[in-house]
Design a protein. Structure first.
Lengths: 262, 245, 376
């Protein structure tokens, strides 16, 4: 929705007041309700669909393949597709680059190792059906729940195949649950001195700046960086806001993870 | 689908890039000299106005204070404000393009991340209201970057980019709110303005060393580097304006 | 009621006049015996060159690790800056099975002269503050440089052959690399085996131009030539364990043997200079022919000068927007100091290029080439 200048100014003023008054009546640290469906795609190893209250919808599917890990070093590949945007548009390229790097750097690839020679390679396909605000938080929630319900075939051949030239063989129908720690990412909007989580699109339009915070293994991890939520109202922020947003995520992330896991 | 590039002369399709043997190269020696003192200043060489057909340009050569093998050569040119077609915009639109002039080592996705990060910084810094209905385009040409064992170090490149863009804006005479500069501490970058009281950009990448440090400590360390960089830049600007008078 | 029309002369600032009436601006300068750049008609710009210390093979390189630039050049001419970097690749040649052993040595091919020369694949990029596909100028420049390098015979094909060495590891774990050509020089044991395959280097040139200020072919060409002159190619070897390895495989019951693909590894410490055909080394210069328009000449003090003004003049080294815009007849010469012409291109526009002018341009180009050659 495109807002008029007056509407934007009004919204900006209300977000600047202490405590911030958000258009949908949320608290600064309150998320929008989301609905998650997992494991609904029968042909993929793991899948999830996430729907936010503003209509943003994102589908993630995880598929696996057995590869020689001496040849293919990167065992996780993320492909992002956002409806209505070209594959080479800056937003799509940026999001897929961030996700690829975070998942590769942070996740423990040992968990994907099958034998001494072969590993599972995970292909994560992200499809954002409709997006109204910066979709990174929702995508990372969806990837988190998809990876946590991913079932991989159970290996029945021996784990040591260095001397014996044999390809890994799998059980016909038994699956093993994939067990890896997955990072999640939060976008926060900074309005003056206030920090608000999960900004809606109208809030993003008037935010002074945005911050991306990654949460992994019970602590804030890299990357943490400022991201542009709009072009018009971008301003410098007080260094204290950086610390505030990290504190906020430290308090919120365990609760969010608890909700995603349940 | 046939997607060969027919606009450039690409050479034989079965050519493989040269692979240098890593085990016997100069990488072997010099483990000890890398970790020198963390004090002292970066060696910075600045020259403005090299690119004749741009509105403003700056050339930066930075040798790191920490790692003497870390050297970044960057040429920044600013084109604009020039008229933009289409709908009326009350403010100028800013764009940042990044190109590697000699070696191409950085993946395209990461370059995109850097470009959006830099665009976001300078959206907050350039007085865009002054230039309605126009576009300002920044072109970054990385001539060289090296950092010892790694292929490239994005953090020192980004820091140089922020400083280079500010200098190019000054050369182009485009109004900016303050002399913005960035400081780096390990793998963290903070871009400051208004004497370090405002942060316009923060970038923290994977780094085990600084993981335990609080964010305020990191920002404080970056600020020291920022103040040094800004001092060098301002000294250069004063010197060059004196010599031109 | 008659309107009184008052005609007032308009004056423009120098830059403005150059923009709105480049030909007038040009003619006014020429009538003073000068060019807009304040150079004389047959005066060239000075050229500054350096290797930029970008190459990993150069002695004082700023960086050696993760750097595969084999030769480089930074050329400054006026405001224009050209940065050339040369990188390489390896191609495995297809050799018919029959001609293994010593028959690899090719005989000089008389019919197809160009087949004896190596190629360089250039990509020219001109910065002009826009993004998108390469422009016409960039594409024609790249193609022209490619053609000229190939047909000038500067790079002999044999210079690009890879003399493959072998890395062997002895019992103590010490590795040594032996190159066949080095051994023969030492009079040591001849190599115990011959490779049944042949590799060649390919050279790529990336030419980046900043502050375009006139025609670029000559600047790019000269910069590429300087870069090729300091190009060093690394020695390459394969690991002993992989030499002519045959791997038995069985495919659907039938057994077969496939040859392992070799990994050519380059030695980061040992480089050989690229052997160029120095007799084919030539430098480029450009010229313009422009008619003097008698109507716009500035009034002269003494009349006898007026008669001796020629109808057209030859200008060396085109520079600037005004010159480029008002000139339609151009000559481009690639030659060495003694007059071995490698490339000659004359575009006849509105002004007539006389034989005299061509002769003169070649003479000047020769002088220029021997001057540029000294900077190598």
């Amino acid at each position: 929705m495109v807002m008029s200048l007056t509407e934007k100014r009004y919204l900006q003023e209300s977000l600047l007041s202490k405590p911030p008054v958000r258009p949908d009546g949320r608290n600064a640290e309150q998320f929008r309700p989301i609905e998650i469906f997992t494991d609904f795609l029968p042909t993929s190893n793991g899948s999830s669909k996430i729907v936010a209250s503003d209509g943003t919808e994102c589908v993630v599917s995880v598929k696996c393949k057995v590869v020689d890990h001496a040849i293919e070093k990167d065992l996780i590949v993320v492909d992002v597709d956002i409806a209505g945007r070209r594959d080479d548009s800056p937003l799509v390229q940026e999001i897929s680059s961030i996700l690829n790097r975070v998942l590769l750097l942070q996740t423990d690839q040992e968990q994907l190792r099958l034998t001494k020679k072969y590993s599972f390679k995970l292909y994560i396909d992200v499809l954002v059906l409709s997006s109204y605000s910066h979709p990174l938080t929702l995508i990372s929630f969806a990837i988190y729940s998809a990876l946590n319900c991913t079932q991989l075939p159970t290996l029945i051949s021996s784990k040591d195949d260095l001397d014996v030239a044999e390809l890994p063989t799998f059980h016909d129908y038994d699956m093993t649950e994939l067990n890896i720690a997955v990072p999640i990412m939060f976008t926060l909007a900074i309005c003056g001195q206030n920090v608000i989580v999960d900004p809606a699109s109208s809030e993003s339009d008037v935010a002074s700046n945005g911050i991306l915070v990654t949460w992994y293994n019970d602590k804030v991890a890299a990357p943490v960086r400022t991201i542009g939520l709009n072009e018009e109202y971008t301003r410098g922020i007080n260094p204290q806001s950086l610390a505030d947003s990290i504190q906020l995520i430290e308090a919120l992330a365990p609760k969010v993870l608890g909700a995603l896991d349940s | 689908m046939n997607i060969t590039d027919r606009r450039r002369i690409l050479g034989p399709a079965n050519a493989k890039p040269l692979v240098f043997d890593k085990s016997m190269g100069p990488a072997q020696r010099g483990e000890s000299e890398e970790v020198s003192s963390e004090t002292g200043n970066d060696a910075m060489y600045i020259e403005n106005g090299i690119v004749g057909n741009s509105n403003g340009s700056s050339y930066l050569e930075v040798k790191s204070r920490i790692n003497d093998k870390n050297c970044t050569l960057l040429l920044t040119s600013v084109y604009g404000p020039r008229p933009s077609r289409g709908a009326f915009n009350a403010k100028a639109t800013l764009s940042v393009q990044f190109r590697e002039v000699t070696l191409e080592k950085i993946p395209a996705g990461q370059l995109r991340e850097v470009c959006t990060f830099l665009t976001n910084i300078f959206n907050a810094v350039v007085n865009l209201e002054r230039y309605p209905k126009s576009g300002i385009d920044i072109f970054l040409s990385l001539i060289h970057s090296s950092s010892g064992p790694q292929d490239y170090e994005l953090e020192s490149i980004i820091t140089t980019c922020v400083n280079g863009i500010t200098l190019a804006f000054v050369d182009a005479g485009i109004e900016i709110l303050d002399t913005v500069s960035a400081g780096m501490y390990k793998k963290n970058i903070t871009a400051f303005m208004k004497n370090g009281t405002e942060v316009v950009g923060f970038w923290k990448d994977d780094d085990d060393n600084s993981a335990s440090e609080g964010i305020m400590d990191i920002v404080e360390k970056c600020k020291e580097h920022y103040l040094q960089n800004r001092k060098t830049m301002i000294e250069y600007m004063i010197r060059s304006s004196k010599s031109s008078n | 009621m008659a309107e009184s029309v008052e005609i007032r002369p308009m004056t423009f600032h120098r830059e403005v006049l150059a923009r709105i009436a480049p030909d007038l601006y040009m003619q006014r300068h020429l009538s003073l015996g000068l060019r807009p750049s304040l150079r004389a008609f047959e005066e060239f710009r000075n050229v500054e060159i350096s290797d930029g210390r970008l190459s990993c093979a150069s002695e004082d390189s700023i960086n050696r690790e993760g750097n595969n630039i084999l030769g480089s050049n930074v050329l400054k001419c006026g405001k224009t800056m050209v940065i050339t970097s040369i990188t390489g690749g390896v191609v495995e040649e297809n050799i018919p099975v029959k001609s293994e052993e010593n028959e690899i040595v090719e005989s000089y091919n008389e019919t197809d002269r160009a087949a004896n020369f190596g190629q360089v694949y250039p990509v020219v990029e001109v910065e002009r503050g826009r993004v998108g596909a390469p422009t016409d100028e960039e594409m024609t420049l790249s193609q022209r440089i490619y053609n000229c390098i190939l047909h000038s015979g500067l790079v002999p094909k044999t210079a690009l052959d890879v003399a493959v060495g072998v890395r062997s590891t002895d019992a103590e774990g010490k590795t040594t690399i032996t190159y066949s050509d080095e051994q023969e020089a030492d009079g040591a044991l001849p190599t115990t085996f011959k490779f049944r395959r042949k590799w060649t280097y390919t050279l790529y040139a990336k030419i980046q131009v900043f502050s375009r200020d006139g025609p670029l072919f000559e600047l790019c060409w000269n910069s590429l030539l300087y870069a090729l002159a300091n190009t060093k190619i690394p020695r390459a070897f394969v690991d002993e364990r992989t030499t002519d390895l045959k791997i038995p495989i069985s495919m659907r019951g039938r057994s077969a043997a496939i040859r392992e693909t070799f990994d050519i590894i380059c030695d980061p410490t040992s480089f050989l200079p690229l052997r160029l055909n120095t007799s084919n080394k030539a430098f480029a210069s450009n010229f313009a022919v422009i008619d003097l328009d008698p109507e716009v000449q500035l009034p002269k003090d003494d009349d006898d000068m007026q008669d001796s003004m020629p109808s057209s003049v030859l200008l060396a080294d085109i520079q600037g927007e005004a010159e480029e815009a008002s000139v339609t007849s151009t000559i481009s010469v690639v030659t060495d100091g003694v007059g071995n012409l490698k490339h000659f291109k004359a575009v006849g526009g509105s002004s007539k290029i006389t034989m005299d002018m061509m002769r003169n341009s070649i003479k000047l180009a020769k002088l220029r080439a021997s001057d540029l050659d000294r900077k190598c």
